[in-house]
Design a protein around this ligand. Structure first.
Ligand code: ADP
Ligand code: ADP
Length: 224
C-alpha cells in the first residue's frame, strides 16, 4: 500500500521549470531507484516528496496526510520522525563526534542521552565502523563518513529513507559496500528507500525503477 504519493508535481527555480508534472509513489518497505540524466529533476522531486520544497502545483501525501496542509513546524516534525536522509557527501556536523552525529536525531526525538548513545553505538557497529565513535567526521575516510551518514539516517527507524547519490563520491568498491549495508539495513528495519542514482549497478539493488527526464517521470521496471 502507498505510504507516500506525489502527484503531478511542478516546481520552478525562478522561471525555470525543474518539475513539469512528476509522479512518485512509495510503498512501505520497497526499494525504489530514481534514475535520469543530470539536471532532469531527480533531487528536486526528492525534495518535494520529502516536504523540503513546496510544489508549485500538484500534491504530496504521506499516510494520507497532505503535506501542504501542515504548518512548517508540523512538517519538520513529520520529516524528523518519519524520514531519514543520506546525501552524496555525508553532511555530518563537524563540531560533533561521529557518535553524537548518529545520536542527535534520537535526542531531538526526545530520547535520553544514554539510550540515544547506546542505539547510536549499535548502529555504528552494524555499519562496520565501531572505532570512529569518538572521532570527528573530518578525521574519517569518505567511505566511513557515508556509513556514519547511513547510521544517522536509520537509527530512529524512519519509515522512508531518501538517499541522493549516497555513493556518488566513493570509489566503486566503497560504493558497493555502502550500498549493500544501506539496503540490508533498510530491509531489516522494513523501511522504504528512495534512491537517486545514475549508476545502473546500484539501481540493480532496487525493487522498482522510475526515470526522470525533463522534469517528468516514467516507470521503467516493475517489481517481479
Ligand atoms: P538532478 O537531481 O536530476 O540532477 P535537479 O533536481 O538537481 O536535477 O535540478 C533540476 C533542474 O533545476 C536543473 O536544471 C537544475 O539546474 C535546476 N536547479 C536545481 N536546483 C536549483 C537551484 N537551487 N536554483 C536554481 N536552479 C536549480
Ligand atoms: P544533484 O544533481 O545531486 O542535485 P547538483 O550538482 O545538480 O547535484 O546540485 C547540487 C546543489 O546545487 C543542489 O542543492 C541544487 O539545488 C543546487 N543547484 C543545482 N543547480 C543549480 C542552479 N542552476 N543554480 C543554483 N543552485 C543549483
Amino acid at each position: 500500500s502507498a505510504l507516500l504519493t506525489a502527484r503531478d508535481v511542478t516546481y520552478f527555480f525562478g522561471n525555470t521549470p525543474a518539475l513539469r508534472g512528476a509522479d512518485l509513489t512509495v510503498d512501505a518497505g520497497e526499494v525504489l531507484a530514481v534514475l535520469g540524466p543530470s539536471g532532469s529533476g531527480k533531487s528536486t522531486l526528492l525534495h518535494c516528496a520529502a516536504g523540503i520544497l513546496p510544489p508549485k502545483t500538484g500534491s504530496v501525501h504521506y499516510r494520507g496526510v497532505d503535506l501542504a496542509g501542515l504548518d512548517d513546524r508540523r512538517r519538520s516534525d513529520l520529516r524528523l520522525r518519519e524520514f531519514g536522509f543520506v546525501f552524496q557527501f555525508g553532511q555530518l556536523i563537524d563540531e560533533l563526534t561521529c557518535l553524537e552525529n548518529v545520536s542527535l536525531p534520537l535526542r531531538l526525538l526526545g530520547q535520553g542521552r544514554r539510550s540515544a548513545d547506546e542505539t547510536a553505538r549499535t548502529w555504528l557497529d552494524r555499519l562496520g565502523v565501531p572505532d570512529v565513535a569518538g572521532q570527528r567526521p573530518g578525521q574519517v575516510s569518505g567511505g566511513q563518513a557515508q556509513r556514519i551518514a547511513v547510521a544517522r539516517a536509520l537509527a530512529h527507524r524512519p519509515a522512508v529513507i531518501f538517499a541522493d547519490e549516497p555513493t556518488g563520491a566513493l570509489d566503486s568498491l566503497q560504493g558497493e559496500q555502502v550500498m549493500r549495508l544501506l539496503v540490508e539495513a533498510v530491509r531489516e528495519t522494513d523501511a522504504a528507500l528512495v534512491l537517486i542514482t545514475h549508476d545502473t549497478r546500484i539501481a540493480a539493488y532496487s525493487d522498482r525503477e522510475i526515470v526522470v527526464r525533463d522534469g517528468r517521470t516514467s516507470e521503467t521496471r516493475s517489481a517481479a
